[in-house]
Ligand binder design. Structure first.
Ligand SMILES: Nc1nc2c(ncn2[C@@H]2O[C@H](COP(=O)(O)OP(=O)(O)OP(=O)(O)O)[C@@H](O)[C@H]2O)c(=O)[nH]1
Length: 302
């Protein structure tokens, strides 16, 4: 039997990594292929064993995704797509890409929806999914949750689950080719132009060890940026080696920290960060970051 492949898609910060982490509790032998749209990877610090694919897998990262899938040796693989990816172009790779055809059984296409930021959602992604997970149910009241569910139901007949941190979601076989083709008549068209994601990144790498003062300044910069660029900042993520304290994941989604800002990461990693947004004020960010990390900043070209 071919290995099962499940795509986990959804907007930036919706809870894809969290859902996969939950699913992996019962599937210790599964592999995760992690697709990050910026030029540095952060989520691989949390998800193991994982293979990272840089560049959005629905467009410029397609070849890298194919290579990553060909390296998978386990019987189950989860592909976490970048937060801007459309699932259709990725699903079609399993059927039109000669190296992948017949190699995997595409098991399910899951789209995670952030209950807080709904109705901002990729309609195309929701329509393509066979299961929609409305996540962060703990952060909205019952009325909003019902409104999100009704909104999703208007878009699709797919299975809908409501979760907190993905808990309780049952993975089932849901992907069927006939449905995908009905949803996207160009499903078998390989040379369809890549979608235009209109997202900016600012990535810094090799930040060295970070002092408590730098950490406090960075936290302030993130919260100021989230307020100033309320419509623009979509996601901030950093892995930081805090001097004498260990390595932490520090993150924010839009203008809220979805949970505790800091999460300890088990293994030491090189410090790095990424801002993702629409029309980010990069000169302002660069200037503030130079102030915080005067000697260490290495910006990754994007
Ligand atoms: N309160 C709350 N926080 C959540 C829930 N699910 C995820 N989070 C938090 O939301 C943030 C983003 O979660 P991730 O799982 O990293 O989201 P993602 O979709 O993988 O993010 P990207 O890979 O950046 O697109 C993290 O701080 C999570 O801990 C939830 O149900 N409730």
């Amino acid at each position: 039997m071919s290995p099962r492949a499940t795509l986990v898609c959804g907007d930036l910060g919706a809870g894809k990594t969290t859902l996969i982490t939950e699913l992996l509790r019962k599937r210790k032998a599964a592999t995760v292929v992690e697709n990050e749209c910026g030029d540095i990877a952060i989520d691989d610090a949390l998800l193991a064993p994982s293979v990272t694919v840089r560049g959005c897998a629905c467009c410029e990262g397609r070849r890298a995704l194919v290579r990553a899938l060909l390296s998978v040796r386990s019987q189950e693989v989860f592909v976490e797509t970048s937060g801007v990816a459309e699932p259709g172009p990725i699903a079609k790779l399993f059927f039109v890409e000669p190296a992948l055809r017949g190699r995997f059984c595409l098991w399910s296409v899951i789209v995670v929806v952030d209950a807080v930021t709904f109705p901002e959602v990729s309609v195309g992604a929701v329509r393509f999914a066979d299961a929609v997970v409305i996540n962060k149910a703990d952060l909205v009241d019952r009325q909003k949750l019902a409104m999100v569910e009704a909104g999703i139901r208007r878009l699709t007949k797919a299975r809908i689950a409501k979760t907190v941190r993905g808990v309780g979601f049952k993975l089932k076989r849901g992907f069927y080719l006939e449905r995908a083709v009905a949803c996207d008549p160009l499903f078998f068209g390989y040379n369809v132009p890549a979608p235009d994601h209109d997202v900016d990144f600012l990535c810094l790498n090799n930040l060295g060890d970070v002092s408590q003062t730098q950490l406090a300044k960075l936290a302030k910069l993130v919260s100021i940026t989230a307020c100033l660029e309320e419509q623009g900042l979509l996601r901030f993520k950093a892995i930081l080696n805090v001097r004498d304290h260990g390595t932490f994941l520090f993150q924010a989604v839009r203008n809220y920290a979805a949970d505790g800002l800091f999460l300890r990461v088990p293994t030491a990693q090189s410090s790095r960060l990424i801002f993702i947004g629409h029309n980010l004020d990069k000169p302002r960010l660069r200037h503030s970051l130079r102030d915080i990390f005067p000697t260490e900043v290495r910006e990754v070209a994007s």
